[in-house]
Design a protein around this ligand. Structure first.
Ligand SMILES: Cc1cc2nc3c(=O)[nH]c(=O)nc-3n(C[C@H](O)[C@H](O)[C@H](O)COP(=O)(O)OP(=O)(O)OC[C@H]3O[C@@H](n4cnc5c(N)ncnc54)[C@H](O)[C@@H]3O)c2cc1C
Length: 349
């Protein structure tokens, strides 16, 4: 059982900034995310795009914003359960909660912060017979550890950035990479498209277009796929098949937690972004209230106020004094200390 003060569901920008704000109040956080890496929409949908409306950053790449948020929160030693979806919640008699993921990992916390954005990102699966049988048996919708593919025959399907980037990366890891796409044109960053073309010319990537995977083969695990092009079908030997057709967000199981939902978002009050269940907050893109804006900076604001409310709930009656970080400095949970130089009291003679 993982125990923490604030359990954050969703490691997007809002969830990551919550770690910092909670840390200032000496509250420890643990994050769950369905994706294998933190960053939410920023790292999954547009890591290489510049954002222009983050206060203090005239321009910052979404991927760099994620790295900075991780760096900012590191001193508060957050825990992560990645690649798992928060599935069920149970309220205990002492008002705390147990959240269990689809893989059975249990988390216990007195405060839940749902920072689930548009919902958990679920892979778009191709319509292929028996596809479930091969999931985790040579078929994966995410690449968690590229080493799994070392010296293997890999077939990737898809025509976007993920399919291109992973084909390029695995060209140096796998023994053979075949990229199958239903159109001749790929939709991705220009440099990735050009790099794939170069790798094709030196036989590092085999590209089959316009084509589709029409059948999966293998007794208990993937042993090959059928690829159909212009009505002709060929068998391609494969140890691993990776369909990368993008992700679709779904509010998913959180929608059944007894929370008040409006238009696929969780209703909160604007005092502290608490839901209709005391102790459960909803912040960032996942919540709704009058005047709501789905912007990163709004998520940061909501996370800050939510942490103050969580602190008061956990420390009833304790007086809280807001301190500027410039004045108080920061005491990391890792023993680190950041502080601005103290004023020097010295006579000037
Ligand atoms: C192309 C594009 C460009 C954008 N440009 C800007 C911009 O310029 N400026 C700006 O301010 N905003 C921009 N946005 C919006 C911005 O990305 C979002 O407002 C922001 O990502 C919201 O952050 P979040 O942390 O609330 O949610 P998200 O980033 O959506 O993260 C939520 C995370 O929660 C996880 N999750 C959800 N449910 C579960 C569950 N049950 N179990 C486990 N994990 C779960 C998801 O997997 C996801 O990783 C843009 C969005 C897009 C798509």
């Amino acid at each position: 059982m993982i125990k923490t003060d604030i359990l954050i569901i969703g490691a997007g920008p809002t969830g990551l900034f919550t770690v910092f704000e909670a840390g200032l109040l000496k509250l420890k956080c643990h994050l769950i995310d369905a994706l294998p890496q933190p960053g939410g929409q920023c790292s999954e949908l547009y890591p290489k795009k510049p954002i222009y409306d983050i206060p203090g950053f005239p321009e910052i790449l979404a991927g760099d914003l994620t790295s900075n948020l991780l760096e900012q929160g590191k001193q508060f030693q957050p825990g992560f359960t990645l690649g798992e979806r928060a599935e069920t919640i149970e309220k205990l008699e002492d008002r705390s909660f147990i959240v269990t993921t689809n893989k059975g990992t249990q988390h216990h916390a007195p405060i839940i912060a749902i920072a689930g954005g548009l919902g958990s990102f679920e892979p778009r699966k191709p319509q292929l017979e028996n596809i479930e049988k091969y999931e985790d048996n040579g078929l994966a919708y995410f690449i968690k550890d590229p080493e799994v593919y070392r010296n293997k025959k890999v077939v990737i399907a898809g025509g976007g950035d993920s399919a291109l980037d992973w084909s390029i990366f695995l060209a140096d890891v796998a023994s053979k990479v075949t990229l199958v796409h239903r159109r001749n044109e790929f939709r991705g960053a220009l440099d990735s498209v050009e790099r794939v073309q170069e790798l094709k010319l030196i036989n590092k990537i085999n590209i089959i277009t316009p084509a589709e995977i029409t059948e999966l083969h293998g007794e208990n695990k993937i042993e090959g796929v059928s690829v159909t092009k212009n009505g002709e079908t060929e068998f391609i030997e494969a140890d691993e098949f990776i369909p990368l057709f993008g992700l679709s967000p779904k509010l998913g199981p959180i929608g059944n937690w007894g929370l008040e939902i409006e238009k696929n978002a969780i209703k909160v009050d604007t005092l502290d972004y608490q839901t209709n269940i005391p102790g459960i907050y909803a912040i960032g893109d996942v919540n709704t209230y009058e005047g709501k804006l789905k912007l990163i900076l709004c998520g940061f604001h909501e996370a800050t106020l939510m942490c103050q409310s969580a602190y008061k709930r956990l420390n009833p009656g304790k007086k809280f004094v807001l301190k500027y970080t410039t004045v108080s400095g920061i005491n990391g949970f890792d023993g680190s200390r950041k502080e601005s130089p103290k004023a020097v009291v010295k006579a000037i003679l």
